[in-house]
Design a protein around this ligand. Structure first.
Ligand code: NI
Length: 169
């Protein structure tokens, strides 16, 4: 099932999500639906609040379905190590057409459960490190436009309001 993507300023995107406690078939169906919804929206990462479900669950696939080993499920994730810095452009399915450079750690280690409840460690550098940080931020109710300067954010918020008025958002 393909879920519609929730867009900013929906309040679910700005609230912390709650931990996943049940690792059952229903959860595994949700994970499969999240991959399907992400691919349909041409994204490389999707967090559950972006489909209106306030759970600590996110899926990532930088290869966009080309490499099965690139499919990553992060449930109840935590960043356990941060190293270095990077400053690259990000976008978000909940903020279509908005792109801005965001300061992130260059390398992160993430501890997370999979859809069966098993804990795994994931290492990310470059784009994958950005995806981990961006998606885990979603679970804390933080969008990337709140990790840039207030000046740049105000310009973006103004642009969004203009698009809303024009019926383009
Ligand atoms: Ni996003």
């Amino acid at each position: 099932m393909i879920y519609p993507i929730v867009k900013f300023p929906d309040p679910i995107l700005q609230r912390p999500s709650t931990p996943v406690t049940e690792f059952n078939d229903e959860l595994r169906k949700l994970v499969a639906d999240m991959f399907e919804s992400m691919y349909a929206a041409q994204g490389i990462g999707l967090a559950a609040p972006q489909i209106g479900i306030a759970k600590r669950l996110t899926v990532i696939d930088l290869s966009n379905q080309k490499e099965p080993k690139d499919k990553i499920v992060l449930i109840n994730p935590e960043i356990t190590l941060r190293e270095g810095k990077q400053f690259e452009e990000e976008g978000c399915l909940s903020l279509p057409e908005i792109r801005e450079k965001v300061r992130r750690s260059a390398r992160v280690m993430v501890k997370a459960q999979d859809e069966f409840g098993n804990w795994k460690e994931h290492e990310g550098t470059e784009l994958l490190a950005r995806a981990f940080q961006h998606e885990i931020d979603h679970l804390d109710g933080v969008l990337f436009i709140f990790r840039i300067s207030a000046l740049k954010r105000d310009l973006i918020l103004r642009r969004i309001r203009k698009m809303q008025r024009a019926g383009e958002w």
